[in-house]
Design a protein around this ligand. Structure first.
Ligand SMILES: C[S@@+](CC[C@H](N)C(=O)[O-])C[C@H]1O[C@@H](n2cnc3c(N)ncnc32)[C@H](O)[C@@H]1O
Length: 330
């Protein structure tokens, strides 16, 4: 356990980094009007013909596994410095809070969370063993991040597999479990192969999760299986726990770059490597989370202008940003 001074300086550094982030450079409604009036973008707006899908695409999780096998250098790791500004709940939470990062990739979201508090425990899953190994290497080697007994990675295809019982077993779920003290092994890559958590004999599970982070993961899962995916996530959340959500928003610059043949559904596209990307409206997010019986605390578009350093071109980025709570009585 670290001393209070070290902890405070870690928190201050994270807060200072997060302060650099701006999220309302333009109005989403203005962008919408511009895009919808432009004939060059009309194919993005039309309903998706169900007959257009001639052959079934390979499962998106398989495409992500190949993606990570091809990109093992870790260059897709970029610490999400804005995370704590956007989700201050993580900074203000009780020290022993448990966080589950779904679709952790190389650990971009895990790092600022672990840095922000020395006693939060982070569980992180992904469908790719390669990216879990990379995340383990990056997180364990990041200066100022102490992982011993508080970082745990596991392999899971959240689009079709249920979460392991050691996170929140059925009997604890039914009786709305209180916290269970947890004994973790130290983080090393062999843990990914084995059961990643070592529970004491008298412990059935870790007692559920306080925060779930879903940061650019839900959009990577085909739209039709999003409701079931979200429900699986919510099942391991404690009553009163929060889902912290950030993902691509409708008319983000990356959506407008997709060509007509890359459309695989309404507002849904497949990249040339087979990975999916869905672009959310606030209503689409609202409907999905409401169906999982979550209560909306905050939901908005974040509209940011970023400038391409090479050619000076301005890019209009749109993300959706939301916080949802599992009812205390659930
Ligand atoms: C855009 S990355 C986001 C990574 C991370 N959340 C972050 O903040 O950078 C999406 C991640 O979701 C993972 N993913 C996609 N489909 C998945 C699935 N069905 N089950 C688990 N992880 C999945 C991918 O492997 C990838 O690492």
């Amino acid at each position: 356990m670290e001393g209070g001074g070290q902890r405070d300086s870690g928190k201050r550094a994270a807060e200072a980094e997060a302060e650099e982030y701006h999220c309302h450079d333009f109005e989403w409604e203005d962008l919408r009007a511009e895009v919808e009036a432009n004939p060059a973008f009309s194919y993005h707006l039309t309903p998706f013909p169900t007959t257009a899908a001639t052959s079934q695409p390979p499962p998106s999780s398989e495409a992500w596994r190949s993606f990570h096998r091809r990109h093992t250098s870790g260059k897709f790791f970029k610490e999400r410095r804005y995370l704590l500004k956007e989700f201050p709940e993580l900074l203000n939470s009780k020290d022993s809070a448990k966080v589950l990062e779904v679709g952790c990739g190389n650990g971009s979201t895990v790092v600022p969370i672990l840095r922000s508090s020395p006693s939060m425990t982070v569980y992180a899953c992904d469908c790719s063993k390669e990216t879990l190994e990379k995340a383990n290497e990056i997180v364990c080697n990041t200066k100022g991040v102490h992982v011993k007994d508080r970082f745990c990675l596991f392999l899971l295809d959240v689009s079709k597999e249920t979460f392991p019982d050691w996170l929140f077993c059925k009997s604890c779920r039914n009786s709305c479990a209180n916290d269970v003290d947890l004994v973790l092994g130290s983080s090393n890559s062999s843990m990914i192969e084995k059961l990643p958590v070592f529970l004491r004999d008298d412990q059935c599970c870790v007692g559920g999760i306080d925060f779930i982070t879903m940061i650019f993961t839900l959009s990577a899962i085909p739209f039709d299986i999003m409701p079931a995916t979200l429900e699986r996530c919510v099942s391991v959340l404690k009553p009163g726990g929060l889902v912290l959500f950030r993902d691509y928003g409708l008319y983000d610059m990356t959506m407008l770059r997709f060509l007509p043949h890359q459309r695989v559904g309404f507002r849904e596209y497949m990249r040339s490597d087979g990975t999916f990307s869905y672009f959310f409206t606030l209503d689409a997010v609202r409907e999905l989370f409401r169906a999982s019986v979550l209560v909306e605390l905050n939901l908005e578009y974040c509209c940011v202008i970023s400038v391409n350093r090479k050619n000076g071109k301005k890019m209009q980025r749109v993300w959706v940003h939301g916080k949802f709570q599992k009812p205390k009585s659930c």
